[in-house]
Write a protein that binds this ligand. Sequence first.
Ligand SMILES: [Fe+2]
Ligand SMILES: [Fe+2]
Length: 188
Amino acid sequence: MEPKKKKGDSKQESQVASSLKAYFIDGLKDIYYAENALVKTLPKMFDQATDQKLKTAIKDHLAQTKEQVVRLEKAFELMGLKAEAKQCHAIDGIIKEGAEIMEETAEGPVRDAGIIASAQKVEHYEIATYGTLAAFAKTLNERAVLDLLLKTLGEEKKSDMLLSYIADTNLNSQAVDGKLQSKDLNAV
Ligand SMILES: [Fe+2]
Ligand SMILES: [Fe+2]
């Protein structure tokens, strides 16, 4: 037998739903800030990278990131809201760390490896964030917003996999060529 709902349960449920919705919107603002910050950061990474595959991957992901910004604006619109950014300290930290790596390494395979590492940290942050937002959208029954979030989530996952592949070929081929000393490998 189904347990009887206590009086006040539905009120509590609607309170949970409205605070989940507020939290969800907050998350959209956070990732909107992050994507916009990445539109500014990816060109810097592109300039500092030397590996052609890495440069192409960054360039392609920049174009994708610009589309992701538009997709988020559409998500806000679907919810009857104006797109708004809220400072995301996590992405600021990852970007700052990436800038430091680029400053501290010499141009070439080791800096490329550092760029890949920070780009993958960005992707992992995005995957975690979009995964959570997609789960919230599902719970809140925001189907159209969910579709947009899942599309971006798929792109972030693919981008992360491509970076893993480039990381392997970058360091392995340089090591075979003898351009990379074992001390360099110890540094990454
Ligand atoms: Fe993104
Ligand atoms: Fe991304």
